[in-house]
Design a protein. Sequence first.
Length: 216
Amino acid sequence: MMGLLDDLKQQAESVQTDDAEQRRVYLANMGFIEAAMGSAMAYFYELANQLKVVKPVSPHVYRVWGVGEFTRLNMTLAAANSRNKSLEGKDCPDYIEFIVEWQGAEPLRTVCSSQSAAKHLKEQLWQYGCKLEEKVQSAADGKFIRAAITIAPIVPTRFRFDAVYETGKIRLNIRNLANLGEDQYVLSPAQCTPALCEELAKAMLGKPHQLAELLR
């Protein structure tokens, strides 16, 4: 018959075994994520260098609902950045980010007679990293009359990979790839490959790609 101490000892051994297994998985995930993030950073660093020379024109139409659209935007910036954080006594990737900035010749202008419509438009554009100026016309009593909004002809495209070591995943945020908008995906390190980076680059440049298949 098992006594109390024997029962507690068995439970303690089970907990220690589980903790050891969790730590083994965690350290393995660290290695997988570090390798995946490193290869992605290398790809985007080289891509930025090539784009700075080629200076492509964006093939995409960026529509601002109810206002207008930006077309034929020229590339003015391409950069790959990263940040590390300390884990288990060493520097590990925290995130990597690839940014391209597209610029057109003329801004878009609109006038909102509704304060809520102006607020919605501004919040949406800010979310997508766009820049704008607003001039508000008010009545003598301070009541809102209209807002004149000028949207700068600058559209940033961004791919950001965030390491989530606790779950062994990589979170991908894609902003303004082929239109104004933002999408998020949770990837395994095995999905975060130079092949995926290549398909992202193809989609950004308007070339045939299989990005949807890789992000399933």
